[in-house]
Design a protein around this ligand. Structure first.
Ligand code: HEC
Length: 161
C-alpha cells in the first residue's frame, strides 16, 4: 500500500499544474445577441458524442437516489478511484467528481468507466480532458454493476436524494 501511494504521489504532483476539471465553462459572451442563426446550421452527419462510445445507449436514471446502490458505489470509489479523484475541490490526478453528473450524461459516464481506452482514443470530450490531464485513466475493470453503483454514488455526491 505504501508503495502504491509513493507511486501515485509523483504523477499527482505533476498534475497539480494542469488539467482543470471543474472550472466554470468560459461562456458569458457579451454579444450573444449578435450571434447569427446561419452560424448554427446543423451539419448533416456530425456525430453526437454526448453519450460517449460503448455498450450503453440511452440510460435513464431515476430522479431519486438508490441509497443502497450509492453505498455500494462508495465502496468501489474508495477502493479503485479515490487515489485519483476527489469528491470536491481541486483535481487530484483526474478531475474532481464535483458536478460530474451535470457535466456528463449518465450514459457517457457509464461508457467512460467501462470502456475507457476506446473513449480516450475516440470521444472528443474524453480526448480533450486527456490533453489537459496528460495522463490516461487506466482501465479499472469495472463490472456493469460496479459502473451503475459508482454512477449512483456520483449522483449522491452531486446532491441527488
Ligand atoms: C490513476 C488515476 C485514475 C484512477 C485510479 C481513476 N481515474 Fe478516472 N480519470 C483519471 C484521469 C486522468 C481522467 C481524465 C481523463 C484522462 O486524462 O484520462 C479521469 C476521468 C474520469 C472521468 C471523467 C470525469 C469528467 O469530469 O468528465 C470519470 C467519470 C472517471 N474518471 C471515473 C473514474 C472511476 C469510476 C474510477 C474508479 C473505478 C476512476 N475514474 C479511477 C484518472 C484516474
Amino acid at each position: 500500500m505504501k508503495k502504491l501511494i509513493t507511486a501515485l504521489a509523483f504523477p499527482a504532483f505533476m498534475m497539480l499544474i494542469s488539467c482543470g476539471g471543474n472550472e466554470p465553462a468560459t461562456s458569458d459572451n457579451p454579444d450573444k445577441s449578435t450571434a447569427s442563426a446561419t452560424e448554427s446550421t446543423p451539419v448533416e452527419n456530425e456525430e453526437d458524442y454526448s453519450k460517449g462510445i460503448g455498450k450503453f445507449k440511452d440510460v435513464v436514471v431515476s430522479p431519486t437516489l438508490d441509497v443502497k446502490l450509492a453505498s455500494a458505489g462508495k465502496d468501489v470509489y474508495e477502493l479503485k478511484c479515490s487515489s485519483c479523484h476527489k469528491l470536491s475541490g481541486p483535481r487530484l490526478v483526474g478531475p474532481s467528481w464535483d458536478g460530474v453528473t451535470s457535466r456528463r450524461e449518465p450514459t457517457w459516464i457509464l461508457n467512460f468507466v467501462t470502456n475507457v481506452d476506446e473513449m480516450l482514443s475516440k470521444d472528443p470530450a474524453a480526448i480533450a480532458q486527456l490533453e489537459e490531464c496528460l495522463i490516461r485513466m487506466p482501465n479499472q475493470n469495472l463490472s456493469d454493476e460496479d459502473a451503475f453503483a459508482v454512477l449512483e454514488f456520483m449522483r449522491e455526491n452531486d446532491g441527488v436524494k
